[in-house]
Design a protein around this ligand. Sequence first.
Ligand code: KG4
Ligand code: ZN
Length: 339
Amino acid sequence: MSVLILGIESSCDDTSAAVLKDSFVLSNVIANQQVHEKYGGVVPELASRAHQQNIIPVVNTALQVANIDKNNLSAIAFTRGPGLLGSLLVGASFAKALSLTLNIPLIEVDHMQAHILAHFLQDDQNKKVPEFPFLCLTVSGGHTQIVKVTDYFEMEIIGKTIDDAAGEAFDKAAKIMSLPYPGGPMIDKFAKEGNPNAFKFSEPRIPDLDYSFSGLKTSILYFLRDQLKQDELFIEKNKFDLCASIQATIVNILMKKLLIASEQTGIKRVAIAGGVSANSGLRIAMENASNQFGWDIFIPKLNYSTDNAAMIAVAGYFKFLQGNFARQNQVPYARQSGR
Ligand code: KG4
Ligand code: ZN
């Protein structure tokens, strides 16, 4: 018999609900919060409030689109962390209440594991899923990790950022250029019109498989400060080339370590996941690596790259099969290490 999972994601500024039949997506509804735009970043207090407003309509819509009665659900999966605590509490409390009301199991999901497990989602377009083991470069607004995945929930972080995440690097660079929040998609858009070799920014020298992005931010800041002294319209005049060069630098930094990771582990099945995996430059770099090094690559569809509840539900589905359920007294965690 098939399993029907309702997934709920509320870790940052997107309220999302999805219904899956086994690993097949019946619905995946995402409400973005526009309220943060004028502040140039996510305001945690406002995010929690917006989740409160959105969660019931979003869940109702997900059930309607899936054409599923809530009484037929098998279990409810929710994001337990990492993320903004106030935001997580909204999704967690809602999921707990609904699981009690419907008397069905509750499943807690780690947001970063879910980004990786998004590769196992199925929808109308038949998709190839990765075999184990594979490597996953997980790049989001809060994390940058190279993960060795040996089973659905056996994941070893073999490299990570020691300061900013790749998404933060995109967002901070965009902010320095006075581009609107969130900066990542904007840089991606403008980069398509520019020359990636127009400007050179410093790349970090960090040992092992770790990353660092804080130096890049400083390098962009100082470069622009100097240029603006000579021409106050420098950014406006060069915005396409600046975006293309910044994107190329970030992608280059990400790919270098991923390549070493593949060499060291001997694993040639390589995936990307998380919000930054939506980046067109990174996607092209993965295609190139596939051609050059014979990698078998896995790139998530755009709506499963950035935050979404379908990935939470698919992680929930695999936990459901294991009988791995959550207790009502389990609380959200802000950091991945805080479990
Ligand atoms: O995974 P995600 O949606 O949320 C977190 O878990 O953090 O990732 C959000 C991050 C933001 O930093 C955003 O700017 C970045 O992903 N992002 C992109 C693109 N789309 C989203 N960065 C570069 N290019 C994109 N197309
Ligand atoms: Zn995320």
